[in-house]
Design a protein around this ligand. Structure first.
Ligand code: FES
Length: 113
């Protein structure tokens, strides 16, 4: 997504899987979410269902998202693959950090105009 309002890029250091999450945000609501993933099938499935879960969600809703909700939306994950849903939630946290830093920068910049 070329014009994303926030990007979260996370990697599970144990398995090497990588998730890039891109979102467009309007009035503190996720208007669009897209992903690019390198990893196992559950990580890709978790990334895909994550975009469905977060589109239309508020920033508050993103903060409250749990790995269990991602796994449940997939119909469950085997115990050895639960960390794939953690990667999805970690990407959401990275998006929130990136969005906060971008909006704080914009506010600080506008104070000088
Ligand atoms: Fe690591 Fe799936 S095996 S995220």
């Amino acid at each position: 997504m070329a014009d994303a309002d926030a990007v979260g890029i996370v990697e599970n250091e144990a398995c090497g899987d990588v998730l890039q999450l891109y979102v467009k945000i309007n009035d503190d609501i996720v208007a669009q979410a897209r992903f690019k993933a390198f990893g196992c099938a559950p990580a890709i499935a978790a990334s895909s269902v994550l975009t469905e879960l977060i589109q239309g969600a508020s920033l508050q809703g993103l903060e409250e998202l749990k790995k269990e909700e991602v796994a449940e939306a997939l119909g469950g994950l085997p115990p050895l693959k639960m960390h794939c849903s953690v990667l999805a939630v970690d990407a959401v946290k990275a998006v929130l950090r990136d969005y906060a830093s971008r909006t704080q920068t914009n506010r600080a910049t506008s104070n000088y105009l």
